[in-house]
Design a protein around this ligand. Structure first.
Ligand code: NDP
Ligand code: 8X3
Length: 252
């Protein structure tokens, strides 16, 4: 029987690449994001391979999260795999210069949003006595870097929640994993730098950054292990990156 996967942040980057790979491996998909036109485009593209349902909501608003998830048609209600991927960094400032709206967006989206979506889906997994939750953390959730403060705190929270979920859900036969990527070339830096494309591009110049497809491939590997195998935690860097602050760029 086909597995059903629910992917947040499917309009771009890692979430979109994961949806494309899952579709080609004939998983049924529930794709989520705020930008309806991007979701509709992807639904059209992937419907050639599998059944696709789209849900438009902002993970920060709990009523919207629950309304959207409760509206799923019965053919999509039995979710086997949840990919908690939606999230972004907003700004890169010292703690004293940080913008409070940016802090709210990161804590509300990356942490509370992940919790709301999980809270809405976990009861189905418990009732089915099976399920798989993959939390997309970050190397920023393992090591704090200068000016990363609140983004790093939000990803440290994802790391802790991954552990907490695993401790609490093991008795329900639910697998829980986190993948913590280093620098991945997506729209992430455009969002972080609020559309300053030159600054965003510079983040990925002078070395080969991870691509969204690299992370999708790893997510797919993790969720297709035999059921008795749970990869709890994976840190993935581009070869040129050794830590949050050590990145080897070409000189030219
Ligand atoms: P992108 O900006 O390309 O994608 C982010 C996705 O998250 C979009 O689909 C966006 O959809 C969705 N999203 C963001 N905020 C919200 C919200 N409030 N409600 C609903 N959806 C939201 O970045 P990435 O693909 O790189 O990021 C995906 C995840 O990977 C994030 O959690 C990020 O922190 C993490 N990550 C990224 C790394 C990188 O270097 N790129 C490295 C490590 C981790 P929409 O705008 O349509 O709502
Ligand atoms: C994204 C990677 O290093 O920009 O989580 O924080 S980093």
């Amino acid at each position: 029987m086909k597995k059903t996967a629910f992917i947040t942040g499917a309009t771009s980057g890692i979430g979109k690449a994961t949806a494309q790979l899952f579709a080609k491996n004939t998983m049924k998909l529930i794709l989520c994001g705020r930008r309806i036109e991007k979701l509709q485009e992807l639904q059209k593209e992937l419907s050639e391979f599998t059944e696709v349902h789209i849900l438009v909501f902002d993970v920060r608003y709990k009523e919207d999260v629950f309304t959207a998830i409760n509206s799923l048609p019965s053919a999509f209600k039995n979710i086997d795999i949840l990919i908690n991927n939606a999230g972004n960094a907003h700004g890169l400032h010292s703690i004293q210069d940080g913008n409070i709206e940016d802090w709210d967006a990161m804590i509300d989206g990356n942490v509370k949003g992940l919790l709301y979506v999980s809270k809405a889906i976990i009861p189905t997994m418990i009732a089915n006595n099976k399920g798989f939750i993959v939390n997309i953390g970050s190397t920023a959730g393992k090591e704090v870097y200068p000016n990363g403060n609140v983004y790093c705190a939000s990803k440290f929270a994802v790391n802790a929640l991954n552990k907490g979920m695993r401790l609490d859900l093991t008795k329900h036969n639910i697998r829980v994993s986190a993948i913590h990527p280093g620098l991945v070339e997506t729209a992430f830096s455009d969002v972080r730098f609020k559309g300053d494309t030159n600054r965003a591009k510079n983040v990925y110049q002078g070395y080969k950054a991870l691509q969204a497809e690299d992370i999708a491939d790893i997510i797919h590997f993790v969720v297709t292990r035999p059921y008795h195998v749970n990869i709890e935690d994976l840190i993935v860097y581009p070869t040129a990156q050794a830590s949050a602050t050590i990145l080897h760029k070409d000189e030219n």
